[in-house]
Design a protein around this ligand. Sequence first.
Ligand code: NI
Length: 169
Amino acid sequence: MLRKILNYPDPRLRKVAETVTEFDEPLKTLTRDMFETMYHSSGIGLAATQIDIHLRVVVVDVSRDRTCPLCLVNPVIEKKSGTVASKEGCLSVPETVEYVNRAEHITLRAQNVNGENISMDTEGLLAICIQHEIDHLDGKLFVDYLSNLKQNRLKKRISKIELKESTAN
Ligand code: NI
């Protein structure tokens, strides 16, 4: 089932998500819906926070042919190294792409949807995407890394887009 994605600056995007403790059927339904919603919107990642579910769950797929779904439950970055400027966008921040700095390599532990432990070492787009999604779980958006000037411009631009949409409907 497709879920509605919250848009910046919705305050619900600022909630800190809770640790998942039950690896049950509702969790499986949630991750299925998250993949469906992410693929439908042509995104490479989605955090539960973005659909107003405040649990520590993210889904990602950075493959070009959309065949590498990865679901991370309770993800924690244990080690970071290097810095890379990444050009990012977000399904919750329409029509916006900006450079932000991320760690180049990360070591991560998480659980899968069945509660089994996963650990991984990763870099490149996948590492960037995972850092972006974990930020969502902590109520943080990539635009928070921008200067105040850029953030103010962005807020103005987004309120104009919303105004246009509301008069069109
Ligand atoms: Ni995002």
